[in-house]
Design a protein around this ligand. Structure first.
Ligand SMILES: *Cc1c(COP(=O)(O)O)cnc(C)c1O
Length: 356
């Protein structure tokens, strides 16, 4: 029998590996919030279910208007998509051809090299420093005439640490203004360190300097607890947003997701309470792990990272034996989501019993 022909270059492309789900185990592998959607949002989701016979508003008019108001930009400077991973893909599609390069740190968000590969663009990866920070000087040095797009994940997934505003500002000042810089702030709502400047502030500062190449990307999947509904958004230059709309798969953000996102933006008090609790637990888990002798970079996100090197696979298996699912990255380290206090206790009990 003849086999179908697919793109030869896809043979080299690995599949995205989502966090594992195992019946009866505590899942701390995907940076979800354990508490569910914000309480007041569940009602909006239920109400929206009655109109799913209609197509969603493909332009996302109401949600985009609300986001634009919130972010202090115009509606033609805001894009939404089915999760910020879809925005990542659109950003590559809108800026890169197979001749071009996108640049990012490594380790960082696993989707970056995958979306580059789908378009056929090259993904240039600059290793983190020994202290697990973005090496911004080396990233600047890695810019070539083919560079079209730079992703800066802040706080970084999976290491959790964030780039202080003064360092990021100096970096942005030096990137050529025709290269798009995406500040991926999927975890912005969990940031408590005041030296970590809000990306929207940096975007405005760059504009005041006559440069309009900064994009701030966020999601409803993490702090807002809507991972299963798929909504992400970004703010950036209008020309780029127009290009993103051209590569948008129509109707990607469904009507229930749009309603839930709008309701979530109205629940800022519930969001603040939740994020405060998670940040407090993050502090408790970090302290307990350090006390037990683990190295843990300062996290500004809803997870912590254990750079265990060669011991990572054994740690992963050990946690699974204790019915806790963490996210292991080969022989680099393990990322552990901050869950409820009880879930965190279960993880800490497992971690403290690790002798590998
Ligand atoms: C989780 C995550 C996202 C995207 O999530 P979506 O569910 O697609 O919105 C984007 N960037 C980083 C760094 C993430 O960790």
């Amino acid at each position: 029998m003849m086999t179908v022909r697919t793109r030869a270059d896809l043979a080299q492309l690995p599949l995205y590996v989502p966090g594992r789900t195992i019946e009866g185990a505590i899942k701390l592998a995907s940076n979800e919030v354990s508490a569910g959607p914000l309480p007041s949002v569940v009602e909006a989701i239920t109400a929206a279910a009655t109109s799913v016979n209609r197509y969603p508003d493909s332009a996302g008019t109401a949600l985009i208007a609300k986001l634009a108001g919130r972010l202090g930009v115009t509606t033609d400077e805001v894009a939404i998509a089915a999760g910020s991973v879809q925005l990542c893909q659109q950003l590559v599609q809108a800026t890169c051809t197979t001749e071009d390069e996108m640049l990012h740190a490594w380790r960082s968000f696993e989707a970056y090299p995958l979306v580059a590969a789908v378009v056929g663009a090259s993904s240039v990866q600059v290793p983190l420093t020994d202290g697990h920070d973005h090496d911004l000087d080396r990233m600047l040095a890695a810019i070539t005439p083919a560079t079209r797009l730079i992703f800066v994940c802040n706080p970084n997934n999976p290491t959790g640490n964030a780039i202080p505003g003064d360092r990021l500002r100096a970096f942005l000042d030096q990137v050529p203004a025709e290269i798009v810089v995406v500040l991926d702030e999927a975890y912005r709502e969990f940031v408590t360190d005041e030296s970590i400047t809000d990306g929207m502030e940096l975007l405005r500062e760059q504009r005041a300097k006559g440069r309009d190449n900064v994009v701030v990307m966020r999601t409803f999947s993490k702090a807002y607890g809507l991972a299963g509904l798929r909504v992400g958004y970004l703010a950036g230059p209008a020309e780029l947003v127009t290009a993103l709309r051209k590569v948008y798969l129509p109707f990607s953000v469904n009507s229930v997701a749009q309603a839930a996102a709008i309701a979530s933006l109205d629940a800022q008090d519930e969001l603040a309470t939740r994020c405060k609790e998670i940040a407090a637990e993050r502090g408790r888990v970090t302290a307990a792990l350090r006390e037990a002798g683990f190295e843990v970079p300062d996290s500004e996100a809803n997870f912590v990272y254990l750079p265990l090197g060669e011991r990572t696979p054994a740690f992963n298996e050990h946690c699974l034996d204790h019915k806790v699912i963490v996210r292991a990255y080969a022989t680099d380290g393990a990322r552990v989501t901050i869950g409820t206090p009880a879930e965190n206790d279960a993880f800490l009990a497992a971690a403290l019993a690790f002798t590998g």
